[in-house]
Design a protein around this ligand. Structure first.
Ligand code: TYD
Ligand code: MG
Length: 450
């Protein structure tokens, strides 16, 4: 009898070793290597043929493009993030923290879709899914549910049902007969994913895999999973807020800059069509420490409210705490303020918050961040009719940002009277009604504000 093969895998990155060791050489993680038994005799890897011999290499111009007709998910946010719908035969990985709404998003899509889809759940019973489906409301008679975790059984069912879309919730719960290690281990995840990817490519059925994320925020299990699939979507948000953001981290069929925004309600996730409207607080009271940034995610403008609180530090080392914004970037901006504009903030606590519980990386937020800090520090409110869109350089210069025209148009649409941008921005061809104020350095900002 053939001896089962034992391999040691790093549970963090998926690197394999022939014997145990304390530290993974590939990712540097300690104590992450575990033994996994691979039943070599029946492994698909050894049984795989090299494909049929009727393969033929083609020139680029010989390739027929008509095959790529995308399937609309009937969810405009999801379609936008994927780049105009789901490509047949593609494999999409949807990651996110527990309880963020991955299962809800998929179930909801399934009930809107006018195609036959199969939702395989290894996490919840059919009754639980039915309860959720009743809450969400939608068409309950086009799609099928299956509670299963064994990939061979799932593939068997797929052959019978021939769905036009497959959703698997979640990849960590699956196991294949070919590998002995427990579900959720690296080799199981990798093998199950590869069986489902084969299914997608052979039948041209799109497959969506739901994946859990670990505490570092990447998809739990091997990094290789992200390399194997065509698109990686990340569903994120603050669980204490109702807003959820769908981002694409990798997309073989479109841009990764697009963003989908949803609001979690009692009866499911609702697409947010006008995000600026909800991210700005409605209050008319002018409070110090608040500034509005005209941001852009992909081609989508977003007006974001930034709040800062500057107060005297109680302890020796002042605190810098941020929500939804990079603390490193904040420290850099504080250093620029101190060095180039002479504001003494070294002994102050600074708290910075992006409202709505969303996380934004757009460098155009810099100017609004600095404005909110100055406003809080000097205790002078900024007029609510003003917004900002520029990056700040280390020399204290105000730098231009991409897609200024979209930002200006959005600010105008939202009723702002003035937008402050970099003086180096190229000439604006449209004639906006909003007052476009150009500034050169951080000192000019001080003049404009106070
Ligand atoms: P779920 O889709 O189960 O999250 P995941 O699959 O990512 O773990 O979403 C769970 C949360 O969403 C749960 O805490 C309740 C909330 N929720 C609503 O607020 N409204 C709804 O209609 C549904 C279905 C869920
Ligand atoms: Mg779930």
């Amino acid at each position: 009898m053939a001896k089962p093969k034992i391999t040691f895998y790093c549970q963090n990155c998926g690197a394999s070793y022939s014997k145990w060791q304390g530290k993974c050489n590939a990712c540097g993680e300690w104590n992450s290597i575990a033994e996994e038994v691979i039943d070599k005799s029946s492994s698909t890897a050894s049984g795989k043929s090299y494909g049929s011999s009727n393969l033929k290499a083609l020139k680029i111009n010989e390739i027929d493009l008509q095959a790529e007709t995308r399937i609309s998910s009937k969810d405009q946010e999801l379609d936008r993030v994927l780049g105009d719908g789901i490509v047949p035969g593609s494999v999409i990985l949807l990651g996110g923290e527990p309880g963020i709404g991955k299962s809800t998003l998929m179930l909801q899509m399934l009930m809107q879709l006018e195609k036959k889809a199969l939702y395989v759940s290894g996490e919840e019973s059919l009754q639980q899914i039915k309860l959720r489906a009743d809450r969400i409301q939608g068409n309950q008679d086009t799609s099928y549910l299956l509670a299963a975790t064994n990939t061979q059984k799932i593939l068997h069912q797929l052959e019978k049902e021939k769905p036009e879309l497959l959703i698997v919730d979640s990849i960590q719960t699956l196991h294949t007969d070919y590998i002995e290690s427990s579900p959720g281990s690296v080799s199981q995840i990798r093998e199950c994913a590869s069986e489902l990817i084969d299914f997608a490519k052979n039948t041209q059925t799109p497959v969506i895999l739901i994946g859990h994320i670990n505490k570092q925020g990447s998809i739990a299990g091997p990094k290789v999973l992200e390399h194997m699939v065509d698109s990686v979507l990340q569903f994120e948000g603050d669980r204490n807020h109702a807003y959820r953001i769908l981002r694409s981290q990798k997309n073989r069929f479109g841009s990764t800059h697009e963003l989908g925004i949803y609001e979690m309600e009692i009866n499911g996730l609702k697409p947010v069509t006008n995000p600026s409207d909800i991210l700005l607080s409605k209050s008319d009271v002018n409070l110090s420490g608040t500034a509005i940034a005209a941001s852009v995610e992909g081609m989508r403008p977003l007006l974001i409210e930034i709040q800062a609180l500057v107060s005297s530090a109680v302890y020796g080392t002042p605190q810098r705490t941020t929500t939804g914004y990079s603390t490193k970037r904040l420290n850099m901006l504080l250093a620029v303020l101190e060095k180039r504009a002479g504001f003494k903030l070294a002994s102050k606590d600074v708290f910075l918050n992006i409202t709505g519980g969303i996380h934004v990386d757009d460098p155009a937020l810099d100017l609004a961040v600095v404005a909110s800090i100055l406003s809080s520090s000097e205790n002078i409110p900024i007029a609510r009719s003003v917004c900002f869109a520029a990056e700040i350089g280390l020399a204290g210069e105000i730098r231009p940002v991409q897609r200024v025209q979209i930002r200006i148009a959005e600010a105008e649409k939202m009723g702002f009277e003035k937008i402050i941008i970099s003086g180096q921005t190229e000439k604006i061809t449209t004639q906006p009604k909003i007052d476009v104020k150009r500034i050169q350095t951080i000192m000019d900002l001080v003049d404009v504000l106070f």
